[in-house]
Design a protein around this ligand. Structure first.
Ligand code: SF4
Length: 478
């Protein structure tokens, strides 16, 4: 299994204006979804790609804007777990007259590769998106339109996808998978007559456009000189929006399925305060940055002071980055090492620390150790996401079960209470409390049955697979 969870964008100007500056700005507003590499693509050219953050290439922006000038373009920021973070695997990718950018996971890429002539898949050297793109182009050759090709590919492909495409005949397309695992929204900037599709509305706001709506699961949009056209390539009745987007992945300013992420996170904190009312707490602090709104909600609900007890160092090499989506453990450790406690706030206090998730346990352990060194009297940890116990096959990097802190390999069976107690001991907190699916869905405002919680429940029915779990080394071809 290989994974790509990223940010995608597609922009089309009905006035024929050059949209490259808009693509660059929107990618910067999606940087939280991928910080390894980025790229843009326009018709009839090889895509432009760079390793690192979009902002690192600022001196190149003018040149890129001139050389790739086009009224139709797509863009991509990459967060991957597969192979090397090299330029070759960066996106967009070009296959014949179609450039493609992908956010999601293709869980059966080896099987799919078998359907593509001359494409031998090995985890080290071929992007799963390239396999999907090749299959899509060959389906288009035999079945006509992109919509027809997608209606076939969705049955062949296991996993999740949001695609943006730009074709050599100057059209931008956007497609969202039938279950709606990954987010995608449509916007319009009236003053310059320009459509934009993007993974999140943060990108739409960043370019001064207005959010029109979510792209529907199973919908294909076409943006061209004929305007906006929509067709459904799938009519699934049940949806599976990724719940992890709401607690961790998405930008707080984004509006997803009608819910603002910041407010949803704050409500999650309020629900957690009702579930775990730690009344003898002195202060509530967030683990920066995603947990901040939930910590505020928790503190306000309980009437306990909210404080900033941990600060991220913004100036070290990896300081501004998000640890969870860094591909290497050493980089994740470096980022967490530079979360600095404010001793004067913490010393002698019972501190409730609110975090957005407990995945590998790396950050939690380091943070609790640092809080103890800073003199915390008692440390209670409250997690806004339910226990993560199973790998994700729909686009988020929980690649192997043996890496998860909930994976207790001592030959004993644990119920949720027992597992929570084991994890509490591992991370060194005095108390540990996890959110649950019902609370999270209610706080977000989406029916629990329309959200994906597979990484917590292990129920892979929505993906239609019974996975055989592999180790990280097997997955990455290390
Ligand atoms: S398994 Fe978890 S992380 Fe993956 S899509 Fe479902 S909720 Fe999101």
């Amino acid at each position: 299994m290989v994974k790509e969870n990223c940010g995608v964008v597609g922009v089309f100007s009905l006035d024929g204006a050059n949209v490259i500056p808009m693509v660059i700005d929107s990618l910067r507003a999606l940087q939280h979804r991928g910080q390894e590499a980025w790229g843009v693509a326009v018709p009839k050219k090889e895509p432009y790609k760079q390793i690192g953050l979009v902002s690192s290439a600022a001196p190149e922006f003018d040149k890129v804007t001139r050389e790739y000038a086009s009224p139709a373009a797509i863009g991509h920021v990459r967060y991957s777990t597969m192979g090397k973070s090299n330029l070759e695997n960066a996106q967009p990718l070009k296959v014949r007259d179609l450039c493609i950018a992908h956010n999601g996971t293709i869980a059966n890429v080896e099987e799919l590769a078998g359907m593509v002539g001359g494409c031998t898949f090995t985890p080290q050297n071929v992007s799963d998106t390239l396999v999907a793109a090749k299959r899509l182009v060959s389906l288009m050759a035999t079945n006509g339109s992109l919509g027809n090709a997608l209606s076939i590919l969705k049955n062949e492909m296991v996993g999740s996808f949001c695609f943006t495409f730009v074709s050599d005949d100057n059209a931008v397309y956007a497609a969202r998978d039938p279950k709606g695992f990954r987010p995608m929204v449509l916007g319009f900037r009236k003053d310059i007559n320009t459509y934009i599709v993007a993974s999140e509305s943060s990108a739409i706001a960043a370019v001064g456009a207005e959010l029109i709506r979510d792209v529907k699961p199973g919908e294909l949009l076409k943006l061209s000189n004929s305007g906006l056209e929509s067709e459904m390539f799938s009519e699934e009745k049940t949806h599976s929006h990724c719940s992890f987007e709401f607690t961790y992945f998405a930008h707080p300013s984004s509006i997803m399925e009608g819910s603002n992420i910041y407010l949803a996170r704050k409500r999650i904190g309020q629900y957690l305060a009702k579930k775990f009312p730690i009344n003898d707490a002195d202060i509530v602090i967030p683990v920066p940055d995603s947990a901040r709104p939930a910590a505020l909600g928790y503190a306000q609900e309980l009437g306990v002071p909210f404080e900033e007890g941990l600060l991220k160092d913004r100036y070290s090499r990896k300081g501004p980055l998000r640890s969870f989506i860094e591909p290497h453990q050493s980089d994740r450790v470096e980022i967490n090492r530079w979360i600095i406690p404010i001793s004067s706030v913490i010393a002698g206090k019972h501190v409730v620390v609110v975090d957005d998730s407990l995945v590998r346990g790396t950050s939690s352990k380091a943070i609790i150790k640092a809080l103890r060194r800073s003199g915390a009297r008692k440390i209670s940890m409250v997690i806004t996401y339910p226990p993560i116990r199973f790998p994700c096959y729909a686009g988020i990097d929980f690649p192997s079960q043996d890496e998860l802190v909930t994976f207790i390999d001592d030959g004993k069976e644990y119920d949720e209470k027992g597992m929570t107690e084991k994890v509490r001991q591992i991370i060194g907190a005095d108390f540990l409390g996890y959110n649950d699916e019902k609370n999270l869905a209610e706080a977000v405002g989406i029916d629990v049955d329309s959200m994906c919680f597979t990484c917590s429940t292990g129920n892979y029915a929505t993906l239609g697979i019974k996975p055989v779990f592999k180790t990280r080394a097997e997955i990455k071809g290390e």
